[in-house]
Unconditional design. Structure first.
Length: 63
């Protein structure tokens, strides 16, 4: 067996037509590009310091 084969039958005996069919299916699936939706921007979960109010209460955890 050569090392440059694309498929190898591990168990049983596959006819050349069966190997051709499965190769065609696998190559078609590999060539198909899934439709990936564009990423949406969401609001940041953190705040910028220059946008916070100037006063913080003495008991604030941000303190």
């Amino acid at each position: 067996m050569s090392t440059d084969t694309l498929l190898r039958v591990e168990k049983g005996h596959a006819a050349p037509e069966e190997l051709a069919a499965i190769t065609a299916i696998l190559l078609a699936r590999a060539a198909a590009t899934p439709e990936i939706p564009a990423p949406t921007r969401s609001q940041a979960g953190w705040r910028r310091l220059e946008r916070t109010p100037g006063f913080r209460a003495p008991h604030s955890w941000q303190g």
